[in-house]
Design a protein around this ligand. Structure first.
Ligand SMILES: NC(=O)c1ccc[n+]([C@@H]2O[C@H](COP(=O)([O-])OP(=O)(O)OC[C@H]3O[C@@H](n4cnc5c(N)ncnc54)[C@H](OP(=O)(O)O)[C@@H]3O)[C@@H](O)[C@H]2O)c1
Length: 284
């Protein structure tokens, strides 16, 4: 039986759909059913249940707000993954949890591998990195999976926000100096599941293929949905955001792809499938 925490978020929703399709048994929990910042609650929840895989999709993801909400962010991104690792160890379960491309400082200009040294630039990314380290030092049967710019039909994300803006705005200004790769939660869930089956524990990067700037990503989405407005290139410094962001944070998924035996689809292909999904759901 799989336990999914943060099951109502983007990725959690995707795992529920995948497991329903595959007939995998799971227990899905929101923060109301199981607050992962409370170790005693986790232990009590697991007591008497046969859970052999824990997938943690819960996190504090408000990158800018985190600069002010350091404690909340630390509890969820640094401490909670550790509590879950301890609980997994106690019941000998496989444990998967997620991290971010933002652990890197963006000084490279070729995709980051798992061997590259992180240098987080913000509260959010520092707490995610500290969470990774705590989990890895505690337990062996773990998958730490870094991903980037996630989008999907469940929950909120940047692409959905852009689509909403396009309904009311005639001009949009988007930065062209942040480069990474959008990652479809559907692909991420499927590749994670395959990685879990491999039992090749460790640290992995999973993001859709290719790379692009935020501007390229938005340009692609807006031309696909036939927006007629004006898209303007701007720079990160124009927005004066609280959290610092890396200029380049594309992740190389090569290590995982070698184990799984297939490549993650290109980000444009992923966006095409996402827009189709949104159409089928009557949301586009
Ligand atoms: N989104 C991205 O662009 C991105 C990029 C890189 C890495 N990641 C990582 O990928 C993973 C999945 O991200 P996502 O976008 O799917 O996240 P998401 O949509 O923001 O969902 C996060 C979930 O965390 C749950 N949560 C919050 N506090 C909790 C608590 N105390 N106990 C239990 N659950 C709690 C929330 O549950 P409720 O609904 O019950 O409040 C929410 O559904 C995260 O580790 C994230 O950091 C995401």
């Amino acid at each position: 039986m799989v336990l999914i925490t943060g099951a109502n978020g983007q990725l959690g929703t995707e795992f529920k759909k995948l497991f329903d399709k595959m007939g995998v048994l799971y227990i899905s929990t929101s923060h109301k059913d199981l607050d992962i910042t409370k170790p005693k609650e986790i232990k009590a929840f697991l007591n008497g249940k046969y859970v052999d895989i824990i997938i943690n999709c819960a996190a504090y993801n408000a990158v800018d707000k985190a600069e002010d909400e350091v404690e909340e962010c630390t509890l969820l991104n640094r401490d909670a993954p550790k509590h879950l690792a301890e609980a997994a160890k106690e019941i000998d379960a496989v444990y998967a949890t997620y991290s971010t491309d933002f652990v890197f400082d963006g000084e490279k200009n070729v995709p980051y591998t798992e061997e590259d040294l992180p240098n987080p630039l913000s509260v959010y990314s520092r707490t995610k990195y500290e969470g990774e380290q705590k989990v890895l030092s505690l337990y062996g049967k773990v998958f730490i999976i870094r991903t980037s710019w996630m989008f999907g039909s469940g929950g909120n994300n940047f692409i959905k926000t852009v689509i909403n803006w396009s309904k009311t705005r005639k001009r949009l200004s988007i930065v062209d100096d942040q480069i990474s790769a959008p990652t479809y939660s559907k692909d991420l869930a499927e590749f994670t599941w395959e990685l879990i089956q491999s039992r090749e524990y460790g640290l992995y990067h999973l993001s859709n293929g290719g790379e692009c700037s935020k501007y390229d990503q938005v340009h692609y989405v807006l031309q696909k949905i036939g927006w007629q407005g004006e898209l303007i290139r701007v720079k990160t410094e124009d927005f004066n955001l609280p959290a610092k962001r890396a200029k380049y944070s594309k992740l190389s998924s090569g290590k995982a792809e070698k184990i799984i035996g297939k490549k993650l689809p290109d980000w444009k292909d992923a966006i095409d499938r996402f827009l189709e999904e949104m159409k089928c759901m009557g949301e586009l």
